[in-house]
Write a protein that binds this ligand. Structure first.
Ligand SMILES: Cc1cc2nc3c(=O)[nH]c(=O)nc-3n(C[C@H](O)[C@H](O)[C@H](O)COP(=O)(O)O)c2cc1C
Length: 217
């Protein structure tokens, strides 16, 4: 098992997955990690739908792919590489995103992270499910399994949730396709901390974060 910080810095979107089955006990461990997360008031309104049925996955993939064709694909073609990336890396990311789109239904297991909503969802709602999602991504990484946080099905929310068979009052927040990775894990690419952290006043750099201040450590 890799150590915690190796997992934190190396939990990348693993979009190329083998179709080989994943043992149920590993999925159980991932779900246990998810259900250990922080959640508002400890109400535990989360529900996790594990999907192995290929026909259901194919039905959802139709909407996932439509969102790629109509929205995400064109956006990738016209946007600049994000901080910590490069044109070549961004191009590879686009290829991987397209690969997952085309093979979405082949991931052996999906975990659909849902909330049983008491009232209409607000900006706060996701805060009670995304910690569980992140715990599950980290647990998958710890077990050597690949996974990706995906939300694109929500561009066609009603159609996707009908295909998922969700009852009224239950909203999906993410689909995690999980499987054994084809490639290797590696560090995530992100921009420098000193450009995104401020001290005391918005926009003021925190000197402690600049690379020079770490000299000699
Ligand atoms: C809110 C959210 C939604 C995302 N939705 C998708 C998605 O639908 N499909 C996908 O392939 N990746 C999706 N991702 C993964 C991001 O594209 C990925 O985290 C980002 O490109 C950084 O890649 P890395 O984590 O491999 O470094 C999503 C990530 C987040 C946080």
């Amino acid at each position: 098992m890799p150590e915690l910080f190796e997992i934190l810095h190396g939990t990348r979107a693993m979009r190329r997955l083998k179709p080989d089955p994943v043992p149920d006990e590993l999925i159980r461990k991932i779900l246990e990690a998810g259900a250990s997360a922080a959640n508002g008031g400890n109400f535990q309104r989360w529900r996790f739908l594990v999907i192995k049925d290929r026909e259901i996955k194919k039905a959802v993939k139709v909407h996932y792919k439509r969102a790629f064709d109509e929205i995400i694909g064109p956006r990738y073609k016209t946007s600049a590489p994000p901080p910590g990336s490069s044109a070549a890396k961004y191009h590879r990311q686009h290829d991987a995103v397209e690969y997952l789109t085309d093979h979405f239904d082949e991931a052996p297991v999906w975990i659909v992270a849902c909330l049983q909503e008491g009232e209409a969802p607000t900006r706060m709602s996701g805060a009670s499910i995304y910690p569980a999602v992140q715990n599950m991504l980290l647990a998958a990484r710890g077990l050597g399994l690949g996974a990706t946080l995906t939300t694109r099905h929500l561009f066609f929310e009603e159609d996707s949730e009908r295909a998922l068979g969700l009852p009224p009052g239950v909203c999906s927040y993410a689909i995690l396709p999980i499987g054994w990775p084809m490639g290797n894990f590696g560090p995530v690419g992100r921009g420098p901390l000193e450009e995104i952290v401020y001290l005391d006043r918005w926009g003021e750099r925190w000197d402690a974060l600049s690379p020079a201040s770490n000299d000699g450590e």
